[in-house]
Design a binder for this molecule. Structure first.
Ligand code: YOG
Length: 135
């Protein structure tokens, strides 16, 4: 059985988010806003079907997918690119590969202790976000 990552999660820490945003060519002003934001992840998981909503006071972003089924992702409100996304379980990590203009792009989610982790990668930039569960 894959782990259960569902729930409402509040961002606790961001490491190297600015590097990740620079790799995505996010402009200076937007980067400053994004760095100051609190983010909430709302994850629903029903077997191999997921919805992940990333919410903030500035913008929201949502994806829905089935594990091991590639889909077209348009990152509206992020870097506004089109990628082909494929998400798989690799052991206890939910791993997304985003194929498109940017090399080495994707993310990984996993649970450790009581926390939800998200590693966001683009080119040589790696951002780590840690979330705590909202009761
Ligand atoms: O999540 O791909 O959980 O989609 C991470 C910051 C800031 C917009 C957001 C809006 C991306 C301007 C999504 C913040 C920085 C900055 C709230 C991460 C890019 C642009 C939406 C992500 C996956 C995995 C699911």
């Amino acid at each position: 059985m894959p782990p259960d990552i569902s729930g409402k999660w509040i961002l606790e820490t961001n490491d190297r988010l600015e590097d990740y945003m620079k790799a995505l060519n996010i402009d200076f002003a937007t980067r400053k806003i994004a760095l100051a934001l609190s983010q909430t992840k709302l994850i629903t998981q029903d077997g191999d079907k997921f919805t992940i909503k990333t919410c903030s006071t500035f913008r929201n972003y949502e994806i829905s997918f089935t594990v091991e089924v590639e889909f077209d992702e348009h990152t509206v409100g992020l870097d506004n690119r089109h990628v082909k996304s494929l998400i798989k379980w690799e052991g206890d990590k939910l791993v997304c590969t985003q194929t498109g203009q940017k090399a080495n792009r994707g993310w990984k989610h996993w649970i450790q202790g009581e926390k939800l982790y998200l590693e966001l990668t683009c080119e040589d930039a790696v951002c780590l976000q840690v979330f705590k569960k909202k009761e």
